[in-house]
Design a protein around this ligand. Structure first.
Ligand code: EPS
Length: 392
């Protein structure tokens, strides 16, 4: 499975093409729209989300709500394009009238400056920010929604929530108080910040409110959990076959993500090996399993069969209403950076995006290992493989 997205934040459309989804998978725009709505909702988002109601059109690769095995094209319209139609017109020559709202003072922490240098966008850094905008993540979630449908067929469930926002975090043992991933989902999706308790949610909201009052931005940490993956996906044999490495790349590839760990590895820095390794146990019913899951579901770049636990650190959004020092790219004089419309935080949306990026990498690994022509044949193969794993 591979995919590509295209689209500018205020351009007419966002598009994705996915290749390699098996034939026979049930999928409808309603399935995808449900996930797109989750990405849009979350405490701390800005005015743009009031303009957009992200809904997908399925243009190719699906017939009567079932995949054909051919490339799937997905399309989401940018409603805000109406306000930018002349400035972002793809097929009109540039004129003084449509070359306005230029960005000449790059924002520290954003792609503006280096993107401008790299692509020679000396006349207007808008040419960088339109694509580097996190608007593009709408299509990654759309692709991830298809991946999640595929994973559900083989009993794999994936969910993302907010672990920390600024200084406020879930209690250390918050996760253990939930019975299963469905209960984690029910709680975090019921709260505007996607925290794991109403108390922490209130504290996070207070931090966001205060940050907004200060005209600043705030980052955080999201966590994604996946259950039901069989042991042995990915491989230890080469660096680029390790599935945890692929997930790490996918997470850091999300706008504003600066770090990733598995099984709370950041917290293990000061611990000894005897405190961190997951002891191996066996039972007739389960086959091999682990006493703990400090490795976050990976050993040697392969799934262990335990829960996959991934965390990602999201930096505060670089667009500040009280801008920092920058330099005008036209005359090289010092100025405050450009002010663009922004969110106070996007951590609540980032949890959903990270969930979908993990789903995409897990689906790719499943399709690499098993039949990718037809979903029923894939399911048959997964069942046989699970039996072999259990009997080892
Ligand atoms: C973004 C800036 C804001 C965000 C946008 C990402 O957009 P605008 O410049 O139109 O106000 O709202 O996110 C989305 C549009 C979205 O759908 O998530 C940025 O600079 O990255």
């Amino acid at each position: 499975m591979q995919y590509m997205t295209a689209g500018e934040s205020h351009g007419p459309e966002e598009v994705a093409i996915i290749e390699g989804i098996p034939a026979g998978l049930a999928i409808s725009s309603a399935d995808i729209n449900q996930e797109l709505a989750r990405r849009q909702h979350g405490y701390g988002r800005g005015e743009r989300q009031k303009i957009e109601t992200d809904t997908v059109s399925i243009l190719t690769g699906v017939r009567h709500q079932v995949t054909l095995g051919s490339p799937i094209t997905l399309n989401v319209h940018n409603d805000d394009h109406n306000n930018w139609a002349a400035i972002m017109a793809p097929d009109e020559p540039a004129t003084p009238e449509n070359s306005v709202r230029k960005v000449m003072r790059p924002r520290p922490g954003h792609a503006d400056l280096v993107g401008g240098i790299k692509y020679r966008h000396q006349a207007d850094l808008r040419n960088v920010l339109e694509r580097s905008s996190a608007r593009e993540t709408v299509m990654r979630v759309a692709v991830g929604a298809v991946a999640k449908k595929l994973l559900a067929e083989i009993g794999v469930d994936v969910h993302g929530f907010v672990q920390q926002l600024g200084p406020v975090k879930n209690a250390a043992d918050a996760l253990t108080s939930f019975q299963d991933l469905a209960a984690v989902r029910a709680m975090s999706e019921s709260l505007p910040t996607r925290a794991l308790s109403a108390e922490v949610d209130q504290q996070m909201q207070a931090v966001i409110d205060e940050t907004k009052r200060q005209r600043d931005t705030v980052g955080g940490m999201v966590q994604v959990i996946a259950t039901g993956m069989p042991a042995g996906l990915g491989s230890y044999v080469s660096a680029d076959t390790k599935l945890d490495a692929k997930i790490a790349r996918a997470i850091v590839g999300i706008n504003a993500f600066k770090a990733v760990d598995f099984g709370a590895a950041f917290d293990h820095v000061q611990l000894f090996g005897s405190e961190v390794m997951d002891e191996i146990l066996w039972s007739e019913a389960q086959g091999f399993y682990r006493a703990t899951d400090n490795m976050g579901g990976f050993e040697g770049g392969m799934t262990t069969g335990e829960m996959i636990i991934v965390r990602g650190v999201v930096k505060p959004i670089p667009t500040l209403y009280q801008p920092m020092r920058s330099v005008d790219i036209d005359n090289h004089t010092e100025h405050k950076a450009s002010i663009e419309r922004s969110d106070t935080t996007a951590v609540t949306a980032a949890a959903v995006i990270a969930e979908h990026m993990v789903a995409i990498e897990l689906a790719k690994a499943v399709l690499d290992k098993f039949d990718s022509d037809n979903i029923e044949r894939l399911k048959e193969q997964v069942t046989i493989y699970r039996q072999e794993v259990q009997a080892f």
